[in-house]
Design a protein around this ligand. Sequence first.
Ligand SMILES: Nc1ncnc2c1ncn2[C@@H]1O[C@H](COP(=O)(O)OP(=O)(O)OP(=O)(O)O)[C@@H](O)[C@H]1O
Ligand SMILES: [Mg+2]
Length: 213
Amino acid sequence: MIELQDVSKAYGDQVVLDRFCHVFATGSFTAISGPSGIGKTTLLQVIAGLLPIEKGQIVLDGQVTNAQDQILHPSVCRIGFVFQFPALWPHMTVRQNVLYGLIHQPRSLQEERLAEIITALDIADLLDKRPAELSGGQARRVSLARTLITHPRLLLLDEPLNNLDARLKDQVLAIVADYRIKQQATVLWVTHDPGEVSGLASAVGQFNPGGLV
Ligand SMILES: Nc1ncnc2c1ncn2[C@@H]1O[C@H](COP(=O)(O)OP(=O)(O)OP(=O)(O)O)[C@@H](O)[C@H]1O
Ligand SMILES: [Mg+2]
């Protein structure tokens, strides 16, 4: 379970989260929508512990992960983030990008997870390429692979279907749905089109600075 308790976040004078409160149950799938610039990405970043907050706290399964005086790294908390813009490391191959989160794990586990994820996301042919050589949709699948391979318990997805054609959209939706069930993961899915996850989401929240409506 992830709880946001009176979380406030501002950029200078601009308040984006104002004593924001919400609880996401373990295993839930929540679609979050709202107009551009309202604060959806900011919300995911504070939940991930990538941005500090000014007030309140975020508690994941009983552990404080983000508060004024402490912030835990997402990898420590098993939080996975699929960014709105794929943000792959340009100097690494696709294989190195995807395996990055498992760098300290045994080789056998790396190979097993890699085989699983490249099949699921149809990226086997891309492993030796560099990010600059990928199309937008390929880069997006690689960024999803890089996150899922670490088996996060909380999966944060920021407009993950951008740049995908209809077939790939269905494929990514099916992979995330399957992943959530297998790993009993909690999923937060930011989208401008909540209809895209209508069959999967247990709730659709409209972003509001104080909470989800
Ligand atoms: N690093 C930053 N520094 C200053 N202002 C920022 C920063 N990041 C975001 N903002 C501002 O905070 C507000 C919320 O931005 P955010 O990216 O969270 O919106 P969003 O809902 O994800 O928008 P979109 O749907 O366009 O992705 C915007 O007005 C944005 O300009
Ligand atoms: Mg955004």
